[in-house]
Design a protein around this ligand. Structure first.
Ligand SMILES: Nc1ncnc2c1ncn2[C@@H]1O[C@H](COP(=O)(O)OP(=O)(O)OP(=O)(O)O)[C@@H](O)[C@H]1O
Ligand SMILES: [Mg+2]
Length: 408
């Protein structure tokens, strides 16, 4: 009994069995909470037969020693307790206490066939009452814990739902901000294109002017020309990245001959390389296979890689381009004997805005977007880009493009 935890099934089940075994007509538990009768669990008593208010008042006036009982036939004639007991048809009552707590009052009606309660039955019932007290307390604690747990679960569920909505709201806000930021970069870069192109045009006109200009003015004009070239490149890079983030970057593949693209880039950079005494070479066999790619994007990749190979190089260095076929790809390699890349920067070299910190490359201008864009474009065309480098000795950047034959 002390292990049963459902209060109602406990009281009714146990009471029914007890009444049956001890041949008692009826019985009830009057549950007590905070010195008041808080509920009645009865077996055999009809409704309204017990008067809880009167019983409560009565027991308030009684002493509650442990293991005590009140037997109707032993009560003083004309006493209030006898009057209430008779009114409620109670033959025997025993308060149930556990330590200092008043738990319930156990009441019994007369025994069947008019037998009386003998000492033997009363002692059995007292033992039963003590056990019942512990069982009721267990059941009550269990119910309190259960209720607390249910409330806790409800609170947790409510808080979780609240958190989820807040999180979703914050996420939506962050997405909006990111979108606005991308839009801003795109609009700003787009708007800058026209004025920068104008500056570049006028500066070139000034540089080409036949009029004799003071040396320092010519020097400034050259500096402005260099800076505006960088600015144009930066704006183009930003636009390319913004288009990619937005999903509007278009890569249109067609049959492309890589040889002329490489030659074009080398011709474009020949002057800069010459100024730094860096040799440019392009090794290839008589037949260069055709790839499936976007001509303009391939040009951009080669330009970025050769530009780097010149920029991060010493006077007298070299840049060599070689081709290899590794079906289903053609591999373009750009090799230099320049500064190289420190080992610790290996994992970050293709990240947006990343620039290595090797002392040799200090003072070389750049934004750290070139390789990021190269990787983006090469991957869009169905290839990959890798590199190997030894700091102080040089680097090899290699990218692949799908061969025309195998892609059809
Ligand atoms: N061939 C190379 N040799 C040595 N270091 C290189 C080479 N290519 C790239 N790097 C290193 O990788 C970094 C990233 O290169 P990336 O081309 O992305 O940017 P950047 O050249 O600095 O600027 P830009 O956006 O103008 O190209 C460079 O700053 C440089 O430190
Ligand atoms: Mg670069």
């Amino acid at each position: 009994m002390a292990e049963t935890i459902d209060l109602e099934s406990l009281t009714r089940g146990v009471l029914t069995k007890l009444l049956e075994e001890m041949r008692i007509t009826k019985g009830a538990f009057l549950m007590i909470k905070k010195h008041k009768i808080a509920g009645v669990e009865s077996v055999g008593y009809v409704s309204n037969e017990l008067f809880p208010d009167e019983l409560e008042q009565l027991f308030h006036k009684c002493a509650w020693p442990a293991s005590c009982f009140f037997l109707l036939e032993e009560l003083e004639t004309d006493s209030e307790i006898k009057r209430v007991f008779t009114k409620c048809d109670i033959a025997l009552a025993m308060p149930i206490r556990v330590e200092d707590d008043e738990v319930a009052i156990l009441v019994f009606g007369p025994r069947r066939s008019g037998e009386r309660y003998y000492d033997r039955e009363i002692s059995t019932l007292l033992v039963f009452a003590a056990e019942a007290g512990i069982a009721i307390q267990n059941a009550e604690s269990y119910q309190a814990v259960k209720k607390f747990n249910e409330e806790l679960e409800k609170t947790v569920a409510a808080r979780t739902a609240e958190l989820k909505t807040t999180q979703e709201r914050e996420l939506a806000k962050a997405r909006d901000i990111a979108r606005l930021k991308d839009e801003f970069v795109f609009v700003a870069a787009h708007e800058l294109r026209a004025p920068v192109a104008a500056i570049k045009g006028f500066v070139e006109l000034a540089a080409e002017s036949k009029t004799a200009l003071p040396r320092d003015i010519r020097h400034y004009i050259n500096a402005i020309s260099g800076a505006s070239n960088n600015l144009v490149q930066l704006i183009n890079d930003l636009l390319e990245i913004a288009r990619s983030d937005e999903g509007t970057l278009k890569v249109e593949t067609a049959s492309v001959a890589v040889g002329p693209i490489i030659e074009g880039v080398l011709a474009e950079l020949a002057l800069i390389a010459k100024q730094r005494d860096i040799s440019l070479g392009f090794e290839h066999g008589p037949h260069i296979p055709i790839v499936s790619a976007d001509e303009e994007k391939v040009r951009e990749v080669v330009l970025n890689l050769v530009n780097n190979a010149i920029k991060y190089n010493r006077e007298g260095g070299f840049v060599k381009i070689a081709l290899r076929t590794k079906p289903p790809h053609l591999i373009v390699e750009v090799r230099d004997n320049g500064y190289g890349i420190p080992k610790e920067d290996e994992s970050k070299i293709f990240e947006k805005f990343f620039r290595a910190e090797n002392a040799a490359a200090e003072g070389v201008s750049g934004t750290g977007l070139g390789l990021f864009i190269c990787r983006m474009l090469v991957e869009r065309m169905g290839g990959t880009i890798t590199y190997s480098s030894t700091e102080g000795k040089g680097s090899v950047f290699a990218f692949s493009l799908p061969l025309e034959d195998s892609s059809s």
